[in-house]
Write a protein that binds this ligand. Structure first.
Ligand code: ATP
Length: 326
């Protein structure tokens, strides 16, 4: 479900395209995000997430279409200090202490946080006296986070912000994000950790080959794609193609020797299984966001040529049934 905003949106991609030679990294992206939203940007490797983020930060210009922040050009909004950003694998190279570095950054903004506040929100209080260029990967990522927060921006744009963080640092990070959006501020983050997106985003946007293929709450996306996952092993032979034709089955995949049937009617699917196969270790579970994500991206890259994904009560229309073992 695409969210609409009467006021000027915080983020607005309108038919945005970015081409690198023959590669369309972003391909006709329409996306608006309003104040206070915590939005996860999901996509497989190479889906176009970082390119979309570069356009959003004004680091690159779209080949066609427009990208606006707060109704302005991205570079204008960034210059005004309304945007804090954290890019993939950014690492401080400065020889000053963490405190000195964050302090320096706060002085470049019109309405910054206090240094102590930025350090605390990023979990850096105890590391404040350490040299910024001598930190571990996770510690460096926290410094990048503190720098993104330092100007107390209205929008945070974070490319895989938790990739290097340990469990405790992740928990603190998400607490800080919630506190941030509770103040009406907006967060857009990309991640490959679908569980984190599920728990911490109030809106999930999935892109594939630069195109938007799903936009809604986690519950909406899971519901649309299929409600249950029936899984089992088939010890005595090949996985029959006919599994795909069983009642309720939306898709079939085999992962590590285990057959996984995504189904809109697990009871009907399970009842019909013995007619086709003798399942071992049968389990039925609600489809998670990861299942939904895999189904969506497989669907888009393989079969429907880019039709937007629209959550509805009937999930059958959204995903076609692939052949067993595909
Ligand atoms: N500067 C560039 N020159 C040429 N091609 C590029 C450039 N930047 C990105 N691409 C291509 O654009 C596509 C999208 O890349 P992008 O980095 O945006 O993906 P991503 O979703 O962020 O991937 P990942 O999850 O692996 O970080 C890829 O096919 C990539 O090879």
């Amino acid at each position: 479900m695409t969210t609409t905003h009467r006021a000027t949106p915080v983020v607005a991609f309108t038919g945005a395209v970015k081409e690198f030679g023959a590669v369309r990294a972003v391909d006709g992206l329409d996306l608006t995000i309003g104040p206070g939203e915590r939005v996860a940007l999901l996509g497989r490797n190479g889906a176009g997430k970082s390119t979309a983020i570069s356009l959003l930060l004004g680091l690159d210009d779209p080949s066609s279409g427009t990208v606006e922040l707060f109704g302005q050009t991205p570079s204008h909004a960034v210059t005004e200090g309304r945007v804090g950003a954290m890019l993939q694998d950014s690492k401080p190279v400065s020889r000053v202490t963490v405190r000195e570095l964050v302090s320096f950054v706060t002085r470049t903004y019109p309405n910054p946080m206090t240094v102590d506040e930025a350090l605390e929100l990023a979990g850096l209080t105890e590391l404040a006296g350490r040299r910024a260029d001598k930190l571990s990967g996770g510690q460096a990522q926290r410094v990048s986070f503190a720098i993104a927060l330092a100007g107390d921006p209205d929008l945070l744009v974070l490319d895989e912000p938790t990739a290097a963080l340990d469990v405790e640092a992740r928990r603190l990070f998400w607490q800080s994000m919630r506190a941030f959006t509770d103040r009406g501020k907006t967060v857009l983050f990309s991640t490959h950790y679908l569980e984190e997106a599920d728990q911490n985003a109030d809106r999930i946007v999935v892109i594939d080959r630069g195109q938007l293929i799903a936009d809604g709450s986690s519950a909406e996306i899971k519901h649309t794609v299929g409600s249950s996952m029936v899984s089992f092993t088939v010890p005595d032979g090949p996985v029959p193609d006919s599994l795909a034709a069983l009642p309720g089955v939306l898709s079939v995949e085999v992962v590590d020797g285990r057959v996984r049937l995504r189904t809109s009617d697990s009871d009907a699917t399970v009842s019909a299984l013995p007619g086709v196969v003798t399942p071992r270790g049968l389990e039925v579970a609600p489809a998670g966001l990861e299942d939904a994500f895999l189904a969506l991206t497989a669907h888009h890259s393989g079969r429907d040529g880019g039709r937007p994904f629209v959550p509805s009560a009937s999930s059958d229309s959204a995903v076609q049934t692939p052949k067993a073992g595909a």
